[in-house]
Write a protein that binds this ligand. Structure first.
Ligand SMILES: CCC(=O)SCCNC(=O)CCNC(=O)[C@H](O)C(C)(C)COP(=O)(O)OP(=O)(O)OC[C@H]1O[C@@H](n2cnc3c(N)ncnc32)[C@H](O)[C@@H]1OP(=O)(O)O
Length: 514
């Protein structure tokens, strides 16, 4: 028995070394942790249960028969985060550059299948040179097996991807199919084709970092939802985000009973809006004054900054916040902000997270760039996402709610449950000046002093519509509330909506504008 146990211990020790000490040292030199070190930080202490530690690849080609490593470049298993079960895979760059073989894909698929059967979230830690080149098409088929499962799992269990090294070629599509992508500054990158191919095809010279680093994907493409400075921080942030999410589509996010709210905030909330309604303010200040203290976790912080989305808590319960941001492009809706908002709304609705919308929107961004790149279809995405959402939905209009953008931003007529407006709200087809220029065009042109006439007509229109009462008279909003009443009204609304049940019409699936 002793010998048998000794053999097991030796085999385990060999597996724990991955691609060997030299490659582990090289990984550390790059500022990166190993696959197993990452799992240790991600999960609760001693909770990891590994599966497939002795799996080896079956390939004989290009000398691979002489390069076998137990585990074959990916560590898979399950454990807990804050006591809640989670499946995890962690790609091991020390083994053949973390490249994906047939058996490696089988290991990932095995835990994806278990995660689905047990309705438990899955987190992938990515650090890989992509398809194992020596294995050819079986590796590509392995990727397809994973993508297929990612798609099937979408909306059933939360799927998170953490990019902690290279992620290139077709490999990018697994993270892209998951709900949230985290990236580490300087050490991670994602691209469909690398700088060399880019140079050959388009003659552009670009570094890996500029092409597909954390910053590029956080600011330009929107592929990256969260950026962290290093491996340790990113894993802490993943653990934190998990506290806002449910285990699956049929459960609720954990209730944090010991929440805090500093009631002094109720006194300062009214002073956030500037006196001049054309001046900007930071909507995040409003959000912070309504939600539980320090509970806001902004998603996509550096992408499409004219809309703010993120998770928060009200009285300890997770909510999703969607808010126009007046300090960026005056909070206008454009292609990227519509895409960003729509994707977030879809996530929240899929996972039973109530939605709170703060609205201050002057309309859609005009211009050929927007029209030719499809603002119509992209704006429709946000409209569709809100319209189809059956979770509790509350809107607070703080200031402007103009035109089609008013409809899109979780209006009552597209199914919001409670819509409140601050007394500063202006709910109208457009701003007073633009409106006066159109409807009083002839009168203004015929006036002795057209400028004075425009000012007069602008004031007339503003008096009639630059307030929330017209909408309140028609029931298009449910109440006009003081800013200091916002938290209690919103909290009460979510409480009364706790058992909300709304069924969508029977269908195979809708056809969301893509
Ligand atoms: C689904 C379709 C796809 O995935 S298509 C994409 C296929 N993959 C690629 O084209 C990337 C190929 N790899 C690379 O360009 C580099 O290895 C990258 C990822 C940039 C990392 O560079 P660097 O940090 O310098 O490491 P390295 O090149 O020394 O690699 C470490 C060891 O790993 C190996 N490796 C790497 N990638 C693969 C791969 N795809 N298939 C098989 N082996 C791979 C390298 O050969 C190297 O091995 P060794 O340490 O020299 O024995």
């Amino acid at each position: 028995m002793e010998d048998i146990n000794k053999k097991l211990i030796e085999k385990r020790e060999e597996a724990l070394l991955g691609g060997g000490q030299a490659r582990i040292d090289s990984q550390h030199k790059k500022g990166k942790l190993t696959a197993r070190e990452r799992i240790t930080l991600l999960l609760d202490e001693n909770s990891f249960q590994e599966m497939g530690m002795f799996v080896e690849h079956r390939s004989q080609d290009f000398g691979l028969d002489k390069q076998k490593y137990p585990g074959d470049g990916v560590v898979t298993g399950y454990g807990t985060i804050h006591g809640r079960p989670i499946y995890v895979f962690s790609q091991d760059f020390t083994v053949l550059g973390g490249s994906l073989s047939e058996t490696y894909a089988e290991k990932i698929c095995k835990i994806m299948d278990l995660a689905m059967k047990s309705q438990t979230p899955i987190i992938g830690l990515n650090d890989s040179g992509g398809a194992r080149i020596q294995e050819g098409v079986v590796s590509l088929a392995g990727y397809a097996d994973i993508f297929y499962r990612n798609t099937k799992a979408s909306g059933v269990i939360p799927q998170l991807s953490v990019i902690m090294g290279p992620c290139a070629g077709g490999a990018v599509y697994s993270p892209a199919l998951t709900d949230f992508v985290f990236m580490v500054e300087d050490t991670s990158y994602m691209f469909v084709t690398g700088p060399n191919v880019v140079k050959t095809v388009t003659h552009e010279e670009v570094t890996s970092e500029d092409l597909g680093g954390a910053k590029a994907h956080a600011e330009k493409s929107g592929v990256n939802h969260f950026t962290s400075p290093n491996d340790v921080t990113v894993l802490k942030e993943v653990r934190d985000l998990m506290t806002y999410l449910p285990q699956n589509w049929q459960s609720l996010a954990p209730h944090k009973k010991n929440f805090k709210f500093d009631s002094k905030k109720l006194e300062t909330i009214s002073s956030i809006l500037p006196e001049n309604n054309n001046m900007p303010y930071d909507i995040r200040e409003v959000i912070d004054q309504v939600i539980d203290d320090e509970s806001f976790r902004e998603v996509h912080k550096d992408f499409a900054t004219n809309i703010v989305v993120g998770f928060a808590r009200i009285e300890g319960r997770t909510i999703g916040v969607v808010a126009n941001q007046p300090i960026s492009l005056a909070g206008v809706l454009d292609i990227d902000s519509s895409r960003k908002g729509a994707r977030f709304v879809r996530f929240c609705d899929a996972f039973n997270i109530p939605l709170l919308t703060f609205e201050d929107v002057p309309g859609f961004l005009p211009g050929t760039d927007q029209e030719w790149n499809g603002i119509i279809a992209h704006g429709a995405k946000l409209l569709y996402a809100f319209s189809e959402a059956t979770v509790p939905r509350v809107t607070v209009i703080t200031r402007k709610a103009y035109g089609g953008a008013f409809d899109v931003m979780n209006s009552k007529n597209i199914g919001a449950d409670f819509n409140f407006a601050w007394p500063t709200a202006e709910i109208a087809v457009m701003g007073a000046k633009g409106a006066a220029e159109i409807i009083f065009r002839r009168e203004i042109a015929a006036a002795a002093d057209p400028v004075a006439k425009l000012t007069e007509k602008e004031a007339e229109y503003a008096e009639m519509f630059a307030n929330p009462y017209r909408a309140a008279e028609r029931g298009i909003i449910d109440d006009v509330i003081k800013p200091s009443e916002t938290r209690s009204r919103v909290a009460n609304a979510f409480k009364i909506l706790e058992n909300k049940k709304e069924e969508l019409p029977m269908k195979k699936h809708g056809n969301i504008p893509m």
